[in-house]
Design a protein. Structure first.
Length: 424
């Protein structure tokens, strides 16, 4: 591939050879170290490629062999430049495109994340955006070594990480601690609390439940395994008691409590949906459109409206890649329109159960994505006038809590398990 590029930049010609002794001519070229390639024979005429310098040395060899040559095609950059030497706008456009390409090559346009399981791609990409190391970031602003340390310190389940840049691609390889990743604890002291001058912070229960396990890294535990707690109860105090030699309490040392606490609790699940619903009936007719996408902008080529009155749209994107790791923020898009019609129908009992199970599965997936372990679920479906109602209890094991200043509640950390049902 590289040799072909060199030949193209230097320029070469395709030559037709005929005459008395073409075989002798070829032997003479070999003896005089004149390189020819892509030799082929069509009847009594030989065709081959030769460099411009080599072609200029053929005259004495042609006389000796009694053959004749004729240039059938000219290839390469020198001939291209000579052919279009008067078209200044073309060369200006090529120069502008090269400058744009060079400018785009100074930024990151693709992020590959490998090895993550409990940490989702969305969470990692959001973290990278906060650290100004995501899409569209200038290459010189990315410190791979520093970013590795920040990833490990921000995600407790990640024990090893590697960040490397190749071309316009940022590749992040991680390895997770499977024990920690199974039940992560992502609660952290909120920024607004870090900025306040408080003496210490306690860990408070987010929900009513039973303590399944507790491991305290910093602070004074006020509960133990098997204890029943209420929402707002202090689980770990940020006040560390200090005793003298006679075991008398003389003072407290304050800190930010830190612990892994597994709380067994129940969520109330409620859902309802109408018995009548609009059902889509697909006709099977599809139309395809093609275009280019630049970030959030889309240009259809050529522009043509679909002939369907009601349709769904699905895009298939492929990012432009010049070589293995040189990606650009340009996407080739295949947009598929699929026609459908609508009609009103009523759920049967079987269909209602399937819809209720689908809504429940979506609710449980939201809990699982937040690091909540599902233990049991008990739900019932009831038929009312014009709707179906689903209610019940979901027993889970969660590792979440909230922070409060020592002795009083001031703010909540992110509620990892408090996911509302959005299916209504």
């Amino acid at each position: 591939m590289l040799l072909r590029l060199i030949k193209y930049f230097r320029g070469y010609v395709e030559v037709a050879l005929w005459g008395y002794a073409p075989e002798r001519f070829l032997n003479l070229c070999s003896n005089h170290n004149i390189l020819i390639w892509d030799l082929r024979q069509e009847g009594e005429v030989y065709y081959f490629h030769i460099s411009v310098e080599g072609f200029r040395c053929l005259k004495p060899l042609l006389k000796k062999s009694g053959t004749h040559v004729k240039i059938s095609r000219k290839n390469g950059i020198p001939f291209f430049l000579f052919r279009y030497r008067r078209r200044k706008i073309l060369f200006i456009s090529i120069f502008i495109c090269m400058m744009i390409l060079y400018t785009l090559s100074r930024f990151i346009w693709k992020v590959d994340i490998n090895g993550n399981d409990s940490v989702t791609d969305d969470s990692m990409l959001q973290f990278l955006e906060e650290k100004n190391s995501s899409y569209g970031t200038h290459i010189k602003d990315i410190d791979c070594t520093k970013l590795e340390e920040e990833i490990r310190s921000n995600f407790k389940s990640i024990i090893w990480t590697s960040v490397k840049r190749e071309g316009t691609t940022l590749t992040i390889d991680v390895q997770e601690n499977l024990v920690v990743a199974a039940q992560p604890s992502n609660a952290a002291l909120p920024q607004e609390l870090k900025e306040q001058e408080q003496k210490g912070y306690d860990l408070l229960a987010l929900h009513d439940g039973t303590i399944e396990s507790i491991y305290v890294r910093k602070g004074t535990p006020l509960v133990q395994q098997g204890d029943t707690v209420k929402k707002g109860d202090v689980l770990v105090s940020g006040a560390l008691p200090i005793y003298d030699d006679s075991a008398a309490l003389i003072a407290y040392q304050y800190c930010t409590a830190d612990a892994d606490i597994q709380l067994k609790t129940e969520y109330t699940y409620q859902d309802s949906f109408p018995a009548k619903h609009t059902e889509r009936i697909y006709s099977g007719r599809k139309e395809h459109r093609y275009g280019l996408a630049f970030g959030d902008s889309y240009i259809q080529l050529p522009w043509k409206k679909t002939g369907f009155s009601q349709y769904t749209v699905m895009d298939t994107r492929k990012q432009l890649c010049i070589c293995d790791s040189f990606y650009l923020p340009i996407y080739f898009v295949q947009r598929t329109y699929e026609e459908y019609g609508e009609e009103q129908s009523v759920y049967t009992k079987k269909e209602a159960k399937e819809q209720a199970a689908e809504n429940l599965t979506e609710f449980l997936e939201k809990l699982t994505q937040k690091g909540v372990l599902i233990l049991e679920k008990h739900v019932m479906i009831r038929t009312e006038k014009n709707k179906y109602t689903v209610s019940g209890k979901v027993t889970v094991l969660e590792n979440t809590f909230r922070y409060a200043a020592n002795g009083q509640q001031v703010a909540d950390a992110v509620d990892e398990g408090n996911v509302e049902n959005e299916s209504e």
